[in-house]
Design a protein around this ligand. Structure first.
Ligand code: MIC
Ligand code: SF4
Length: 753
């Protein structure tokens, strides 16, 4: 039986009438995304039509998911909210804090010792507040959600940007910061600007070496890392029907890389098969009764241009395998162009490592297709030229692929089997020799490949591709190997041509597992004590942020003018810093250390305007804080791209930065800033970015009149006494302005407002 089946049935019970009402209000056939949104309004029955990319709307999500690296801060905040238990079903998943080094067994034991304090904290808070707890080793949050909790037509939020993965089962699953999760767990509405809709029509059929991954690698290439901002991507067409549910999950997962709010697919047989194989025939039976609500109205997919704000069409029969990178997931190269591109750009051709895993590609199907390539190498006496590592997505997958001989086959090729966890995908990888910072290439099936992400080495060129292509490239040891046309030399000196991958979508003998690693919460957790050691270096209870004093901010110093890509990895680095995710003061020592200073093109070196020296960003900011001097951060486009981690907003807040003024924001980060009582502003005139100088002092002129839709005026006083007055736009609505005034959204919840 599925978890929370009663909740799922309740959603389906009210869905048809709400969808009908919405259709009547909107006055035309509805997309799937609209059906899910309108049937999850906080007010229940829809009573008005909303403007896309315009209206802020209150929603009622069905569930909340959190992973260990973000759950700490989310739950520390939730503890301040003063509630007895979570208002909707919620889960915590331990997957980010496990270092990949020698292999699953040893690595997991080390993590359980090193992060014991954090896991114990998460386990006891979960137990206390009625939250399901998935232990370290149980798997990666998004695979576990897909296997256990996702359901067609549902609305879920999760404190991780790849929560969107659950779109593979036809849900709207959205990544948020911890403060948003706290709202929903506290029984409050969750607010989102009504998204725009991008339709992707998939014609033809995947074949040969092409995989679902290539669909999203192609979409990323078309839309770029910010092309999906503020939009839901809805996939449909014959091609969609021919793909597995986990393949659809891969596509939705990487929608995070184009900044999309989420992505989804209509309910179909692939979802029925997957739900049933994962023990949820009850969900299929319930969903079948409302099947027409779980996909768009037929007119929409017949004339999509009339219903979507943007339409993309991809013919799967013609789609080539893609290899995206280095350093950004939207730089797409079809396999047939790689020889030319790699040579032109001087990318290191030798592939050192191939990694299969991460929440985007760690399903049974992924492993079985990849191993079909590995098996060919073994059978043909080809010694792989690169090292190889895999992270199965969940214990259920690991157990089943072990039973089915897939692990053994991987091991024949010398593959390291790491824990069922994020591992190298989030820099939890003790890669030998990475500290030498040599130029090198790795290929992986992950979703992100920002500089330094996997191994901390800025010279590692990481390329994203499908699991089967990872296998082929790792075996050949070359980035420019094209398995469609090229041959390999085996150990007997013979030429071998690999045949295209094949594999089972689902295990023919069914999934199996001994201990999935789940801990149900106590029936009544009221008596459970959650203890945080005041001397802990890993956990720190939160102090509420101070409310706004009602005055214009004046005499603020420019902390940094960041240039170019400034992702959440630049603002609050992961890897070794993950261990401080529950300790705001300690983690603040990584604030913006990856951002490039416009004035000297260096990272972590900014001018200290108190004494004119140059120092590390967090250290300089701590001096401003100690001296009671406010500060401002300036940035470029798509600032805060990537992760949902609210540390990227809480750290500047904690250290005394007042405002972040950029050319544009990534959605989750902008909301995180607002929630934490910061000012997230954008240049009304982008060219004003060029006017900002290193020694600037900043005065807000009309913050006292802060109101929705009204730009703020800022005065930048330069060192020579001249001034530039510039306009800054913002997207705060009335209630968000209240968060700013109260010091944070949480301060309002705690005050019972
Ligand atoms: C990531 O992939 O960057 C992460 C680590 O999963 C993050 C969450 C985090 O920073 O903890 C995400 O994508 O939201
Ligand atoms: Fe974990 Fe990587 Fe997925 Fe983030 S993208 S949840 S780090 S596997």
């Amino acid at each position: 039986m599925a978890f929370d089946i009663e909740m799922i049935k309740k959603v389906y019970e009210t869905m048809p009438e709400r969808v009908d009402k919405a259709r009547e209000l909107v006055g035309r056939p509805l997309t799937l995304s609209e059906k899910i949104l309108y049937s999850h309004l906080w007010e229940g029955m829809p009573s008005q039509k909303f403007g896309r990319a315009q209206d802020y709307v209150d929603f009622a999500p069905d569930r909340v998911a959190m992973q260990d690296a973000t759950a700490q801060m989310a739950l520390l905040q939730f503890m301040q909210a003063g509630k007895a238990e979570t208002a909707v079903p919620s889960t915590v998943h331990c997957d980010h804090l496990i270092l990949a080094k020698v292999g699953a067994e040893k690595d997991l034991a080390v993590a359980n010792t090193q992060s014991k304090e954090v896991f114990d904290f998460l386990s006891s808070v979960s137990n206390r507040y009625g939250i399901g707890f998935w232990k370290p080793g149980s798997g990666i949050i998004h695979q576990i959600l897909l296997e256990n909790y996702a359901f067609p037509g549902g609305l879920m939020i999760g404190t991780d940007s790849h929560t969107v993965n659950a779109g593979g089962l036809g849900m709207l699953a959205i990544g948020v910061g911890g403060a948003d999760a706290v709202d929903v767990m506290s029984g409050m509405a969750w607010e989102l600007k009504f998204p725009k809709l991008i339709g992707v029509k998939l014609t033809g059929q995947l074949n040969g070496w092409t995989a679902p991954k290539d669909v999203i690698l192609k979409v990323a290439d078309i839309l770029t890392v910010k092309g999906g901002t503020g939009a839901i991507v809805e996939y449909f067409g014959e091609g969609a029907k021919s793909m597995s549910a986990t393949g659809k999950g891969t596509i939705c997962n990487m929608g995070a890389e184009i900044g999309a709010t989420t992505s989804t697919f209509g309910y179909d047989d692939s979802m029925r098969r997957y739900l049933s194989a994962t023990g949820r025939q009850d969900v299929v039976d319930a969903a079948d009764k409302v099947a027409s609500c779980l996909t768009a109205d037929p007119e929409v997919y017949t004339n999509p241009e009339q219903y979507f704000d943007q339409l993309i069409e991809i013919n799967l029969s013609e789609l080539e395998p893609h290899i995206n990178g280095p350093f950004t997931p939207d730089r797409g190269t079809p396999v047939s162009k790689m020889k030319e591109e790699a040579a032109k750009n001087g990318w290191p051709l030798k592939v050192e490592w191939g990694l299969i895993g991460s929440c985007t590609n760690s399903s049974y199907e992924d492993m079985s297709r990849a191993v079909s390539i590995v098996n060919q190498a073994v059978a043909n006496n080809i010694t792989p030229k690169a090292e190889f590592g895999i992270n199965p997505g969940s214990e259920q997958i690991r157990y089943t692929i072990e039973r089915d001989g897939i692990i053994e086959a991987f091991e024949k090729m010398g593959t390291k089997v790491f824990t069922n966890a994020c591992g190298p995908c989030i820099g939890q990888w003790d890669r030998e020799g990475a500290d030498k910072q040599e130029r090198n290439t790795i290929v992986h099936s992950f979703n992100r490949n920002f500089s330094k992400r996997a191994d901390g080495n800025p010279n590692t060129h990481a390329f994203v591709t499908s699991p089967e292509m990872v296998a082929a490239l790792a075996i050949s040891g070359r980035l420019d190997f094209n398995p469609l046309t090229d041959t390999l030399l085996n150990d007997n000196g013979e030429e071998v041509k690999l045949t295209p991958p094949y594999g089972d979508e689902l295990p023919t003998r069914g999934f199996d597992v001994e201990d999935p690693g789940y801990q149900a919460p106590a029936e009544n957790g009221a008596g459970i004590q959650v203890i945080v050691d005041p001397n802990s270096q890993r956990l720190q209870l939160l102090e509420p942020f101070q409310p706004w004093d009602g005055q214009n901010i004046t005499g603020a110093k420019l902390l940094i003018k960041a240039e170019g890509k400034c992702t959440t990895d630049h603002i609050s680095m992961a890897g070794p810093w993950l261990r401080f995710r529950g300790h705001l003061d300690n983690i603040s020592n990584n604030m913006l250390i990856g951002a490039i200073n416009f004035f000297n093109k260096e990272a972590n070196k900014v001018k200290n305007q108190i004494d004119g020296t140059y120092g590390e960003v967090p250290a300089v900011q701590r001096q401003y804080k100690a001296a009671g001097i406010p500060s401002v951060v300036v940035g470029d486009h798509n600032y805060g791209e990537g992760s949902s981690r609210e540390h990227a907003a809480m750290e500047p807040r904690h250290l005394g930065v007042k405002a972040v003024l950029v050319k544009s924001f990534a959605r989750i980060h902008e909301t995180n800033l607002k929630k934490q009582g910061m000012l997230g502003l954008t240049f009304a005139n982008e060219a004003d970015y060029d006017k900002i100088q290193e020694d600037d002092t900043i005065n807000f002129l009309d913050l006292t009149e802060f109101a929705p839709g009204k730009p703020l005026t800022l005065e930048f006083v330069h060192a020579d006494g001249t001034k530039d007055t510039i306009l800054a736009n913002h997207t705060y609505n009335n209630s968000q302005i209240e968060w700013f005034k109260a010091g944070s959204a949480l301060n309002l919840i705690a005050a019972g407002k």
